[in-house]
Every structure is written in C-alpha cells, then in structure tokens.
Design a protein around this ligand. Sequence first.
Ligand code: ARG
Length: 467
Amino acid sequence: MKKTWGGRFQKSTDPQVEAFTESISFDHRLGPFDIDGSIAHVRTLVKAKLLTAAEGKKLVAGLQKIKKMLAAGKLPLDSSLEDIHTAVEKALVRLVGPLGGKLHTGRSRNDQVATDFRLYLRHAVKEVVTAGIELIDVICDLAAKEKDTLMPGYTHLQRAMPVTLGHHLSAYAFMLIRDMDRFLTAWDRADALPLGSGALAGTNHPFDREFTARQLGFHSVLQNSLDAVSDRDVYVDFLAAASTTQMHLSRISEDLILWATTEFGFIEMDDAFATGSSLMPQKKNPDVAELVRGKTGRVFGNLMGLLTVLKGLPLAYNRDLQEDKHFVFDSTDTVVGSLRTMKGFLSTVRFQREKMAQVADMDLTLLATDLADILVQEGMAFRQAHEVVGNVVCYSIERGKRLQDLTDHEFKKFSPAFPKGTADNLSVHHSVAQKKAVGGTSPKNVVDQATLIKKQSAEIKHHLKHL
Ligand code: ARG
C-alpha cells in the first residue's frame, strides 16, 4: 500500500518496520471517533471556504458510509495501512475519488489522534461510570437491607467493635462514588478540542475552531498547539482514577475472599459466581474476587506505563505517544469488567447473617470499649477507664467469660465506679444502636448513608446523559 507520506521516500518500508510501527491492530477502536472528527473537520473546511458546500456534502456522505462499513467489519484494516486515520482516508478516496485527498487539509495525524482519543475518553468515562453506578446502587440496596445485621468490625484483622454489615458495605459505596467523581473530573479536564493545532504549530487556514469544538461536543478549544498535540496528561488522570477504583475493588474482593473461607463463613457464594477445582471435588473457589484483586496489578501498571512513556519526552509530538492507547484501552476494559462482575457477585451472594451475629456475640471482649465508655459516663477519665477495662479483659479471658456475663460484684473488684447493672446495656445490639453520631454504624445512619449515596448516584446518572 502506498504511504500517505510516500513522496519523500525512494524505497518501500521494511516489512519488519511496518509490523513494528503499525497501530491499526489496536487503534481501530478509535475508528468511530476518527470519522466523527473528520466529519466535523469537513464542515470546518467548508466554513473556511476550503471546500465548496457540494464537496463537503460528498465527503460527509462518504465518511458516513465508511462508519457503517467499519461497524459491519467491512473496512480494510491491514497493517500496511499503518493506522486507523490512514485507513479511513484511503477508504474515502476509494469511495469519492481524488476529492478525498482534500480531507487532510490543515490537519495532521497529530491533532487528529489527539482529538480521536479524547472523544474515546469521553466514551470510556461514560462506560466506566455507568458500570460503577450500577454496582454502587446494588451496594446501597444491600446496605439498607443489612442495616440491622450484626457482625464484628475489624482493625488489623483482629475483632475490634461490633458494626452492622450495612455499615461495612456502605463504606465501599462511599469509596466508589468518589471514584466516579474522579472519572468525571478527569473528563472535565479533557473536555477541550485539539483539532486545528496541525502537526505542532497551528494552521495557516482560517479555521473556526470553536465551531469544530461545538460539533464534537467539546466545551472549549485547546489554546496552545504544542500542548494540544504532545500532552497526554488527561489519560494519566483517567488511569489514576482507574487505579483508585480498582484498588477499592481489590479491597472489597479481599473481604469477600476472607468471608468465603470456612474459618469466617460469613458468605456463601452463588454457584454462578464461583469456580471449582480440577482435582479437589469439594472446592468452591472465589476466583472472581481473586481476579478482580489480581487485575489491579495490570491497572496500576498501565498508569505507571503511561507516566513512563511521557517522562522526558521533548515537545512536541513523538511516536512514543502511540503507545498511550494500550494502557487506556486495557484499563477501561479491566475496570468495566471488574465493576460488572463485582455487581453480579454481590447481587447473588448470600450473607450468613446468623454466623456473623454469632461471631460478634460470642466474642469474649468485643464490647471492651463500650464497657470503658460506661466508666466515662460515670465521670472517669478515659485513660483510666482504658486501664481498668484492660484488667477486666484479662480476667474475662482467663475465666472464658464474656464481658457482658460478668456480675456487678466482679466489676466492682476492678473499680467501685462501675454502676449497678453495668452489664444490662452491654450487648452487641446496644453497642451498634448507640453509634448514632453522624458517620457511626447505627442502623438509622446506615439507611441515611445509603439514601445519600443513591441520591448522588442518581445525580451522576443524570450528568452522564449530558456528557
Ligand atoms: N498512530 C499514531 C499515534 O497513535 C498517529 C499519529 C502519527 N503521527 C506521526 N507524526 N507519525 O500516535
């Protein structure tokens, strides 16, 4: 295939070089956006009187036809075509003749790919955030449903204080909703048009770039052509948002993996969301959650990969930048896949409520802090109460007796400040019900949290429609 830049060359490209430098095997994903960008460019050319209205019409019709061919898998995409931009241009020339050669007026593949990739980014943000919001809604519904389900809360993976399962779940909803905000912020910063910057210096032609921007739904126009063709910082933002999201998903996964163990026994995975062993007939494994956790490595790697490609690049465009797409495509697919699979996993998992509550209730010392707070209410300094209850805890472990089963007589041995009926209000249930200050684990708070997040997720859904 004759190169679009062949005029200066007397030899054809070495096949090894052709295979090494091509990007069409992956940038074909930019195809629909490339065509949208070209249609907008044609209209800008007409407005600048570089094309007649009739020529413009013919080119737009050709491009629309190519879009259909692409969707139907009928656009030639072989590697001698180099990249999707060339593939579209060549197809256009085949369709409309030499007029197709006017399409690239005042444009370089440098501002073209920068534009295509931003249009893709908007699409990717929509896809990720849609999947994220669906997962968040599932988590909120579960949280509200499990507002009264008691379980031990952990620090250092040691039992710490009672919490509700709903509170534990809605913690993840808060993390993920911030992540969705990160993606939307990444898009806000990317929402500016590169096209019209040419190869690096701008264009000699009287392009109305605001007009181009409006056609493509960009809110503004990049003001420096060198910046427009050479930076990829907005994808760093996107990949950072993807990394934080995947990190949160890996933490959810880790909890689920632990909870699925016989030792915890807090969940029973649905058969459709678990896998077996080829050797051990009894196994039911949490591979879904493990893979979400494992794929986090890829997503972090993509962020580091792009940063490393960008580091030290001189202005303006360098071919290194072609590598940007692998990272962004891969992280988009991985995060969307993880969000959707996690939604399925959580929608089908069965929480073993009795087991959770029983573990919390049977624990000898889970209510130690509540016991210290009883002394604080009697006027004792918290530090002293901590010390006294520390001694009571040793006694309770020694005797194998839960704190809530100790008698007033036993409490008094440690401090006369323990009131009459100290154990009366010492229960897992009461402990949770008391955490009424905003942010605490009380059932009412859990419902408020779920309602708040659902409101935010509805707002984001609405926002996505206008993106
Ligand atoms: N495939 C290229 C990329 O993704 C398109 C831009 C090529 N520009 C150039 N000056 N060779 O970056």
